[in-house]
Design a protein around this ligand. Structure first.
Ligand SMILES: C[S@@+](CC[C@H](N)C(=O)[O-])C[C@H]1O[C@@H](n2cnc3c(N)ncnc32)[C@H](O)[C@@H]1O
Length: 313
């Protein structure tokens, strides 16, 4: 067994798949990068509750449903079922965090501070503007948009748990009423055509179909006014070519020294390291050595949140 398997502690169980709505399930299961085949799905759902089997089956096409029902009949050992469940839960780990334990995600983003220069550099696209924050999560970037003068921010997010956290945060301050949380996804933004000046998405929109892709970009263009901008903050490094091929311009902020994730406490850093970075033993080694609640992005093996792409619409 690899040392990363020993450390990584996926806290979810197969019944947690009940948390997803049909739209999210369809999108995740249809996307080739999730690599969840019908066979794997059926193996993982072997001997689970009829309610869960029905919930998952309802998100499949009639042909997939037929294959799924056939695969469910094959006898499996308990170990084979456990292995399939582990694969499914690891592949859906981040979606499960967003939907099932949004407060853990909130704890992580609190410490993952975005480079201040990003918002300074896009301030003219925010001040007095109507902004869409697509894939807003619990509002990390939405609140930054307000701080930099946005007149209104539509914060669109598919996870009900994160949306609930965002609504609670918005209700605590008069000023923050300028943020309007809305349920939606990249491919279904609940706003009229050409209704926002600037669309942003922070650590959310990617080239993958279930996280934006071609259809998502077309939808972001639809709601953005002509002469407006689409700004993708902290893109995935593997999408650089995709954004460039779609006429985006790249901006990266200079940094002095290292950027780090700053946790509330050392206990919180240990807990988050086990949960979010458990596949990388260097993170835990680092924490044990420094005994401080900060982890440099270079130790985590992630590009720091210092860059963005922008596109003139
Ligand atoms: C890494 S989090 C970033 C959240 C927030 N923008 C931030 O910076 O903290 C990714 C977010 O994208 C959302 N997301 C995933 N798939 C999505 C989709 N198809 N459409 C819109 N948002 C999506 C997730 O629910 C999650 O809130």
């Amino acid at each position: 067994m690899a040392s990363s398997d020993v450390l990584f502690n996926n806290p979810f169980s197969i019944d947690d798949l009940l948390v997803f709505d049909q739209e999210n399930l369809r999108s995740m299961l249809a996307c080739s990068h999730s690599q969840i085949s019908i066979q794997l799905l059926a193996r993982g759902l072997h001997a689970t509750s009829p309610a869960l089997v029905q919930h998952i089956a309802a998100s499949l096409s009639p042909e997939q449903q037929q294959q799924f029902q056939q695969e469910l009949q094959y006898p499996l050992t308990g170990q084979e079922t456990e292995q399939a469940r582990k694969e499914i839960l690891d592949r859906l780990f981040w979606e499960l965090v967003y939907w099932k334990t949004p407060e853990l995600y909130e704890e992580l983003t609190e410490g993952e501070r975005l480079h201040e220069g990003i918002f300074q550099s896009i301030q003219s696209d925010l001040a007095e503007k109507i902004v869409l924050d697509a894939g807003a999560g619990s509002g990390r970037a939405s609140f930054e948009c307000l701080r930099f003068g946005a007149a209104r921010v539509y914060a669109v997010e598919p996870s009900p748990g994160l949306l609930h956290l965002l609504r609670k945060k918005v209700q605590t301050s008069d000023k923050d009423q300028r943020i309007q949380p809305l349920a939606g996804r990249f491919t279904r933004i609940p706003l009229p055509d050409q209704s926002v000046d600037t669309t942003i998405s922070c650590s959310a929109f990617t080239a993958l179909d279930d996280q934006g892709g071609e259809e998502g970009l077309a939808e972001l263009r639809r709601v953005t006014k002509p002469d407006g901008k689409i700004i993708i903050i902290w893109p995935r490094t593997e999408d650089l070519d995709w954004f460039q091929a779609h006429d985006f311009h790249y901006v990266s902020m200079p940094i002095q020294g290292e950027m780090s994730v700053h946790f509330r406490s050392f206990e919180c850093a240990l807990h988050s390291a086990r949960l979010f970075y458990g596949h990388n033993p260097a993170v835990m080694d680092y924490l044990q050595k420094v005994q401080k609640p900060e982890i440099p992005f270079s130790v985590i093996g992630m590009n720091p949140p210092r860059d963005y792409f922008w596109l003139a619409v």
